[in-house]
Design a binder for this molecule. Structure first.
Ligand code: HEC
Length: 180
């Protein structure tokens, strides 16, 4: 066989294996809606993190509520990591905002309908992704604070997370409130 034919065959073989790899490639299967991710994953887990610390004023002075044992800190970290990674779920293309007919407005008509949110996300996907990454990066700071078992820092970075939630909600969920 001529050298060039061998090379051609080798290239063809390489391309075939490449093609079959592409065919076997695993794809995301986004199933839950954004609404379900919010109410089942993001909200309950960030609440656990936020509620793990507090400054409580009592008659005898100011008390700090915070995780104490290693186990308690480890538990808070589990919930923080869940929210951190949930930010990536929001970036996956093809996810529906809500089930057909689901109510995405809890405060009268001030919040957009899911079909409007869906359109807004479609036309501003890179901004939506940036908002999701904003949540990711704020959560990274929370995880760092947990690793240092630093209560003050956990309270501070918890506030940054709150802002990251609001930044996305203000743009995509209730932009009508923007002027506030
Ligand atoms: C990248 C965008 C984005 C980020 C970041 C984000 N959300 Fe949302 N969230 C949405 C959208 C869009 C909706 C509106 C759809 C809906 O009603 O669920 C929503 C709705 C919600 C809802 C209402 C769910 C329901 O039952 O209708 C809650 C609660 C919520 N978000 C909590 C949070 C919290 C807490 C954070 C931060 C830790 C957060 N979200 C961060 C996009 C985001």
């Amino acid at each position: 066989m001529k050298k060039s034919a061998v090379i051609t065959l080798a290239i063809a073989g390489f391309m075939l294996s490449f093609a079959s790899q592409a065919k076997d490639a695993t794809h995301f299967k986004p199933t839950a809606t954004i609404q379900q991710i919010m109410s089942s994953i993001v909200d309950p887990n960030i609440d656990f993190v936020w509620n793990s610390v507090a400054t409580i004023s009592t008659k005898s002075g100011v008390e700090e509520k915070s995780p104490h044992t290693d186990e308690e800190w480890a538990e808070v970290k589990k919930h923080a990591l869940t929210v951190l990674e949930a930010s990536n779920l929001l970036i996956i293309d093809g996810r529906k905002v809500a089930e057909e007919g689901a109510n995405t407005s809890s405060a009268g008509s001030t919040e957009l309908k899911s079909t409007d949110i869906q359109k807004l996300i479609k036309t501003h996907k890179s901004e939506f992704n940036q908002r999701a990454l904003g949540l990711h990066d704020a959560m990274q700071l929370v995880v760092n604070a947990i690793d240092k078992k630093d209560t003050e820092e956990l309270i501070r970075t918890g506030g940054l997370v709150d802002q990251a939630c609001e930044n996305c909600h203000l743009q995509f969920w209730y932009p009508i409130h923007k002027s506030k």
